[in-house]
Ligand binder design. Structure first.
Ligand code: MN
Length: 217
C-alpha cells in the first residue's frame, strides 16, 4: 500500500538574467549584522557577522508576491545582496534579495536566547530577483529599498563589515558550500515594518531589481 506516498517537491529555482536556464536553489545561508549602521540600530556594536538559514523553499521567485505571514504583527524588510554559488563553490552570480523578518518573534527569541528559525525561516521569507552572472558589476554600488515609493533603506555595498569573498570564506569554515547555495549578505540601516498591500522596490546598482507587493492573507 503506497497511497500515502507523494512526488518530491520541485526544486525551487531562480531565473538567470540573459539566459533561458535557471539556478536551482540548494539552501539559503544568511549573514546577520553585516553593515555597521544596521548593527547599531539593532543595538549592537561592530560585531563579527554570524549566520542563520532559511529553507530553500522560502525563496519567492519570478516576481511573485509573498503572502503576509502568520503569527506576526511586525513584518520587516531587509534588502540584501545575494551571492549565488556555482560550480567549484565560488560565487557565480548576484541578485537582489529581501530577508523578510518577523521582528516581534526575533525580539522574543533574542530575549530568551532561543533560535531564530521562526523569525527568519518562515514560508515565503526570501523574495529574490533574477541572478546576474559574472563578477559583481559595482562593489561600491548603492543598495536601496523603497516602500510605496518612499525610500526606507539606502546604503552602499562597500559599507559591509565583511565583503562577499570574506563571507564565503567564513561560511566554508562552517559548511560544505556547494553549487545552488544562496548567501544573503546582510542589510544596511533603515529596516522597518511592512503592511499587507505594500509595494516594495529593492535595487542594487548593476543588478536586476526586485519588486513585489505584500499579499494579504
Ligand atoms: Mn538580514
Amino acid at each position: 500500500m503506497t497511497d500515502w506516498l507523494f512526488s518530491p517537491a520541485p526544486t525551487p529555482s531562480l531565473p538567470i538574467h540573459g539566459s533561458p536556464q535557471r539556478f536551482p536553489v540548494r539552501r539559503i545561508l544568511c549573514v546577520g549584522q553585516n553593515y555597521a549602521a544596521h548593527a547599531r540600530e539593532m543595538g549592537h556594536d561592530r560585531a563579527e557577522p554570524f549566520f542563520f538559514t532559511k529553507p530553500a523553499d522560502a525563496v519567492v521567485v519570478d516576481g511573485a508576491d509573498p503572502v503576509f505571514p502568520l503569527a506576526t504583527a511586525n513584518l520587516h524588510h531587509e534588502v540584501e545582496l545575494v551571492c549565488a554559488v556555482g560550480v567549484g563553490g565560488t560565487i557565480a552570480g548576484w541578485a537582489v534579495g529581501c530577508d523578510l523578518t518577523r521582528r516581534d518573534l526575533q525580539a522574543a527569541a533574542k530575549d530568551k536566547g532561543r533560535p531564530w528559525d521562526a523569525a527568519k525561516g518562515f514560508d515565503q521569507s526570501a523574495p529574490c530577483g533574477p541572478i546576474t552572472p559574472g563578477p559583481l558589476p559595482d562593489p561600491a554600488a548603492l543598495i536601496a529599498l523603497s516602500v510605496n515609493g518612499e525610500v526606507r533603506q539606502s546604503g552602499r555595498l562597500d559599507d559591509m563589515v565583511w565583503n562577499p569573498d570574506e563571507i564565503l570564506a567564513k561560511a566554508r569554515t562552517l559548511w560544505d558550500v556547494r553549487p545552488g547555495d544562496l548567501i544573503f549578505t546582510g542589510t544596511p540601516e533603515g529596516v522597518g515594518p511592512l503592511q499587507p498591500g505594500d509595494r516594495v522596490e529593492a535595487s542594487i546598482g548593476g543588478l536586476e531589481p526586485l519588486v513585489f507587493t505584500v499579499k494579504p492573507r
